[in-house]
Design a protein around this ligand. Structure first.
Ligand code: NI
Length: 251
């Protein structure tokens, strides 16, 4: 069930039986020569929408621009300042809480977002703590936020390691590119890459990043990406996220 494809009476009916919503969150940033700029937002979105179709979980619009400062030397990347992202997440959360949502499951596709998402949770909880009118409505359970990175779902890491024992790397990985290839087969790119496995190194500023990692990849060989692998990863992730979301909803 997608919020954007629902009407308000449908959301009102959903709220009568569940106070939990899943919010895909990612980034719009370069993902090497064959990875789509939307990869980090598309991966959680592709998994979430399938989970929503299978199980009736309500899926919010994707928060699809995040922390991508270090990718800004590559065209197409869009970034938020941490303060802007925190402020936006607080506004999303307050809007949902206003309607009665109490469990916000943020389903993340970008490692660079993690610190800012956790800071935003502190800001969201601060608002709940100091909102007197809300505290007076004592029939409301406390708001809870949860952060889950798709690649850390139970069973998914083992599967990606098995599919890509060499060249998974840490940015523009064959696993994430496979997921987008499965979701958008019409957008599959075939690109030769040299060296086959990209270098590793520290992430500093944007210009330094492009000098160290000229085609954008870190430690990865995403030329291994394929639709069949993406289908397997998505299937495992959908199963795990449905189970975890149900537990979180009931917590
Ligand atoms: Ni990524």
């Amino acid at each position: 069930m997608q919020l954007q494809l629902s009407t308000w009476p449908e959301i009102e009916a959903y709220l009568a039986k569940s106070k939990a919503i899943l919010i895909p969150i990612g980034s719009t940033e370069q993902h090497g020569p064959n990875g789509l700029l939307g990869t980090d937002a598309l991966c959680p979105e592709i998994i979430a929408r399938r989970a929503g179709d299978e199980s009736g979980i309500l899926v919010a619009p994707t928060f699809n621009v995040g922390q991508a400062q270090h990718h800004m030397s590559f065209p197409g990347t869009i970034t938020l300042r941490p303060s802007t992202m925190i402020a936006s997440m607080v506004d999303w959360a307050q809007s949902l809480v206003r309607h009665g949502f109490e469990r916000l499951y943020w389903f993340n596709g970008h490692g660079g977002n993690i610190a800012t998402i956790n800071a935003a949770f502190s800001e969201i909880y601060h608002g709940v703590t100091f909102d007197k009118s809300r505290a007076e409505r004592s029939n409301h359970a406390p708001l809870r936020c949860c952060l889950r990175n798709w690649w850390e779902l139970p069973g998914v890491g083992d599967l990606t390691h098995q599919l890509f024992p060499v060249g998974e790397g840490s940015h523009a990985t064959p696993s994430e590119v496979s997921i987008t290839q499965f979701g958008y087969p019409e957008a599959v790119k075939s690109v030769a890459m040299t060296p086959r496995i990209a270098p590793n190194g520290p992430i500093l500023d944007a210009d330094d990043y492009r000098r160290r990692f000229p085609d954008g990849r870190i430690g990865s060989d995403p030329s291994q990406a394929n639709i069949a692998a993406g289908e397997k990863i998505v299937a495992a992730a959908v199963k795990a996220v449905i189970s975890e979301f149900r537990q979180f909803s009931a917590s």
